[in-house]
Design a protein around this ligand. Structure first.
Ligand code: MEV
Length: 415
């Protein structure tokens, strides 16, 4: 067991009005084979079954050679809202014509630019008919390298706002990143032979068909999609939390992405593939993923540092250029790909896909309660005050009686 990781004085520096520390279990998602490389994945989560399920799914994925992943460049969007613009069309043209000057003004982090990142583009969108009237929205596209990039994006947005006011003749309102970072996406894919799903109770072909049917349900129905995607985030959030990343930002972006065609849908795609008599299931998950391996809690939280180390993604030498700074030099692009934030986003996508596979497999066969109840019973035994061997014996008794209740756990413990 790792020792308790964050000291009271560190907690006190991290946020305001601190009265204590709040710990979660840190576990290892096992069996991951991603792009031919083995990974042990640190996961911080309170829900029983999540880690066991994802590890079982990662083992299944090995039957198809593991996960293959990819990602875009780590480009964030910073938004500047312009109001009271006298002529939107002319202002738009003038802003686009002044792109070089705007990018120069937005270039507020020399260390980021040195590493190949920084402001890369300007876009203008017109919202003609909002409840507050017409507005122009300027997007700055900023490559954030290994940082999550909130600070870099917000600083750049604030830096260019006065220039944009001058060019457009309007008034700058909000200047803030967008969490719908659809230019910064990661994806994971897997293809597993149906035979790998075969058991005494279910044929592999029935199971893979059930998984594809479950996905079709979540694609077509938002009520189901919310639960389906929640299961994906059981895994994703756990890795984000363990590595000190902002899981609310990733959730917000992914849910907006899931509704990009106007309907909230499944983030995954699972289809049965046939080759002669043999069948397999192919799964894919793609989503916006703004994660960092430098800056913020990834560096200030000792457990996050350990988690990144377990993944082989720990930051090396620091440039000391601020919270959103990056730490590499040399062949920056290749290094970012191999060890940095992009790699983390790809691992996170693989974990999300595996977590979803575990849920759909269970739901399409025995249901999730059977496996879940044993772990839930353990939690109740602990909540009732059981320690050591008593945990398993109380939990076992709860399961065999079919009464998974706290009151019964207390009674058993007293006996
Ligand atoms: C429970 O935390 C997650 C599931 O509900 C996900 C799903 O239904 O796909 C099992």
């Amino acid at each position: 067991m790792l020792a308790e990781s964050i000291r009271p004085d560190q907690a006190d520096m991290m946020i305001e009005n601190v009265v204590g520390r709040y710990a979660l279990p840190l576990a290892i998602g096992a069996n991951f084979l991603i792009d031919g490389q083995d990974f042990l994945v640190p996961m911080a989560v309170e829900e029983p079954s999540v880690v066991a399920a994802v590890s079982a799914a990662a083992l299944l994925a090995r039957a198809g050679g593991g996960f293959s992943t990819g990602s875009t460049d780590p480009v964030m969007i910073a938004q500047i809202q312009l109001l009271d613009v006298p002529d939107s069309a002319k202002a738009r043209d003038r802003i686009l014509a002044a792109q070089e000057e705007i990018l120069g003004r937005a270039d507020t982090s020399p260390s980021l630019s040195r590493l190949g990142g920084g402001p890369k583009g300007v876009e203008v969108r017109h919202l003609p008919d909002t409840p507050a009237g017409s507005m122009l929205i300027v997007h700055l596209l900023i490559d954030c390298r290994d940082a999550m990039g909130a600070n870099a994006a917000n600083t750049a947005a604030e830096a260019v706002a006065p220039l944009l006011e001058k060019i457009s003749g309007g008034r700058a309102g909000l200047r803030i990143l967008s969490n719908l970072c659809d230019r910064r996406r990661a994806w994971a894919e897997v293809e597993i032979p149906a035979a790998a799903f075969h058991s005494d109770d279910y044929s592999g072909k029935d199971v893979v068909r059930g998984i594809a049917e479950a996905n079709a349900f979540a694609y077509a129905d938002s009520y189901r999609a919310a639960t389906h995607n929640k299961g994906i985030f059981n895994g994703i959030d756990a890795v984000l939390l363990a590595t000190g990343n902002d899981w609310r930002a990733v959730e917000a972006g992914a849910h907006a992405w899931a509704a990009r065609d106007g309907q909230y849908r499944a983030l995954t795609d699972w289809r049965v593939r046939s080759c002669g008599d043999a069948e397999s299931i192919h799964g894919r998950l793609e989503l916006p993923l703004a994660v960092g391996t430098v800056g913020g809690a990834t560096q200030s939280h000792p457990s996050a540092q350990i988690a990144l180390k377990i993944l082989g993604l720990e930051a090396r030498r620091q440039t000391g250029a601020g919270p959103d700074s990056c730490d590499q030099d040399g062949d920056v692009a290749a290094e970012t790909r191999r060890r940095g934030a992009r790699r983390l986003s790809e691992i996170v996508a693989a974990v999300g896909l595996a977590q979803n596979l575990a849920a759909l497999r269970a739901l399409a066969t025995t249901g999730i309660q059977k496996g879940h109840m044993r772990l839930h019973a353990r939690q109740l035994a602990v909540a009732a005050g059981a320690e050591g061997e008593a945990v398993e014996s109380v939990a076992g008794q709860l399961v065999s009686e079919g009464k998974i209740r706290l009151q019964r756990a207390r009674e058993l413990l007293q006996k």
